[in-house]
Design a protein around this ligand. Sequence first.
Ligand code: SF4
Length: 140
Amino acid sequence: MNEHECKCDKCVEMCTRFPCRPLPEEVVEMPAEVQARLSIQEEGDGLSSVPHLQPAVVGYEGQRAHDFDIGFTIGSPGRCTFLTEDGLCELHGKCKPFEGRTALHGQSGTAALDVLKEAWGSAKGREVLKTWREKHNEGL
Ligand code: SF4
């Protein structure tokens, strides 16, 4: 899949509404302080209930992601914890998640979703999720 680096208003706006998703192997490579700002998402966000990790919505770092159904009812789940006040991604050039690197305004995210579903549904995906839970929040 092609990667993009677009800072137009539409692309930045995506980060204010819906954090992008990493592949399991990308999570493993993230520094501990970045991993600590992810959250677990388990349902209703387009990955068809495949549990996965993703950058947290502000306020949900290290926790279960808030209810996405409620998020969509009020307009969107919320702002990504890695989006700076000046509209930049803190992870850019370091460990920006797969979905964020391949997203571009005006494009459908279907292909990326298929890749993410397969990756998080795999044994490796489940192992990464389990390890994160043990490290960051055993209660989840
Ligand atoms: S990690 Fe970066 S690209 Fe992805 S949603 Fe957050 S700010 Fe946007």
